[in-house]
Design a protein around this ligand. Structure first.
Ligand code: C5P
Length: 413
């Protein structure tokens, strides 16, 4: 049997992360194959446990091929060897453990601290954060006993529970109990690798704006910008994964707000302004990462305007400066963060905005460099605050940047 531990790997690459994926017996197991494949491609070391019933849906060969390592089953658990017990080795090896799909059966065992197979023994023989990703039929998920077990685990800070989605289930029911999608699970794992499971935003409410506003001239034309809202989405995800209650005010996007986030869709700067002011009172941290159009057409035509009339139809007027208005309305305990997307010198214009808009801190990010800024999955930035602190963040994923921002806020305020 191949040992899960390669003592050289962490020494050669100290940033290498180790994720132990435990697969339960549900049809959603097939989606976990995609998760394993993506984890491997992102440079994470992956080991996989399959319960006996998981093997009715996918085989050890499938996951071994995708993870480039032997997959472990209860047969390995009961193998007589002279090495250390497998559940101890796997438990010590993992930085993060993910149980997906989490079945009602495994959930019940975890709630009662039972240990009758490799998966449950490994959970009990380890201390790393455990991400629980339930998937089951709606009636099963909504059973009082299942919900009681779920609540029971939520009081243990070691367990991070992902919400289930709603939709068409494999049993042909449409309802709750659908497993979170692999990209969302992946993001949660990346968060846990960054935070090591700490929930430093528990009890906090975070209000985030994301995306570029659209200022319509007629039903088909608008003034806009290339913002995709990915930075705001990453901030919402990072806040959620650190325990905050999150409201995300966002413009039309090609992504879905994460399960568990209160999403408020808006289109124009005026609508974003109204929504941000409405949700401001309850927020502890407000991050205005949206790219708001600076101007809007003065008039709106309900009919599509003829092309020839466009040059005359475009008198413009300014839109409200939302973040400056929030700064006037906010209480002293609330932290307000703005963004400054800049070309060339990014520091001085950001310092000016920090002061002029009366923000607590600002994220200055370049939009004229390869693979950062609008539309990219990555970003680089300098965080500046009213205490004169300046922290440069090297190019990284937008999720990593979001976590760095919360680390910065938590250290400073
Ligand atoms: O003034 P400028 O657009 O460069 O400032 C950027 C910051 O101000 C960002 O946080 C952006 O979300 C916010 N902003 C705003 N309302 C506007 C324009 C920008 O809240 N009308």
């Amino acid at each position: 049997m191949q040992s899960p531990i390669d003592p050289k790997s962490k020494i050669q690459n100290p940033k290498l992360s180790r994720v132990l994926v435990a697969i339960g017996g549900g049809i959603a197991a097939y989606k976990v194959c995609e998760l394993i494949s993506t984890l491997f491609k992102t440079g994470v070391e992956v080991r996989v446990i399959l319960t006996r019933s998981a093997q009715q849906f996918i085989t050890p060969l499938t996951v071994a091929t995708l993870s480039r390592h032997q997959a472990y089953t209860d047969d390995d658990f009961w193998q007589p060897t002279y090495s250390r017990p497998l559940h101890i080795e796997l438990g010590e090896w993992a930085d993060v453990m993910v149980i997906a799909p989490l079945t009602a059966n495994t959930l019940a065992k975890l709630a009662y601290g039972m240990a009758d197979n490799l998966l449950t023994n490994t959970v009990l023989a380890s201390t790393c954060p455990v991400l629980l990703v339930p998937a089951m039929n709606t009636d099963m998920w909504e059973q009082l006993s299942v919900q009681r077990n779920w609540q029971q685990l939520s009081i243990d800070s070691r367990y991070h529970g992902m919400n289930t989605g709603s939709g068409l289930l494999a049993c042909d029911r449409v309802g709750a109990g659908r497993m979170a999608e692999p990209p969302e699970i992946l993001t949660y794992i990346q968060s846990l690798l960054h935070t090591q499971g700490k929930r430093d935003l528990i009890g906090k409410r975070v209000l985030v704006s994301a995306g570029g506003t659209r200022e319509y001239l007629d039903p088909v034309r608008f003034i806009g910008n290339p913002s995709t809202g990915k930075m705001g989405l990453a901030i919402a995800q990072a806040a959620l994964h650190r325990g905050a209650r999150v409201t995300l005010v966002h413009t039309p996007a090609n992504w879905q707000a994460p399960l568990g986030v209160q999403a408020i869709p808006v289109t124009s700067a005026e609508q974003m302004h109204q929504a941000m002011v409405e949700y401001l009172a309850n927020a502890d941290i407000i991050v205005m990462s949206a790219a708001v159009a600076d101007v809007k057409p003065r008039d709106y035509s309900t009919e599509k305007l003829p092309k020839r009339s466009l040059p005359e139809a475009l008198p413009l007027e300014p839109v409200p400066d939302i973040v400056a208005r929030l700064a006037q309305l906010k209480q002293s305990h609330q932290i307000l963060i703005g963004f400054a997307a800049q070309t060339g010198d990014i520091v001085n214009p950001a310092l000016e905005k920090l002061e002029k808009k009366k923000l607590d801190a600002i994220v200055a990010n370049p939009i004229d460099r390869a693979d950062s800024g609008f539309g990219s999955d990555n970003n680089e930035a300098i965080f500046l605050d009213t205490q004169g602190r300046q922290v440069a963040i090297a190019p990284c994923s937008k999720l990593e940047m979001a976590h760095q921002l919360f680390d910065f806020i938590n250290n400073e305020f």
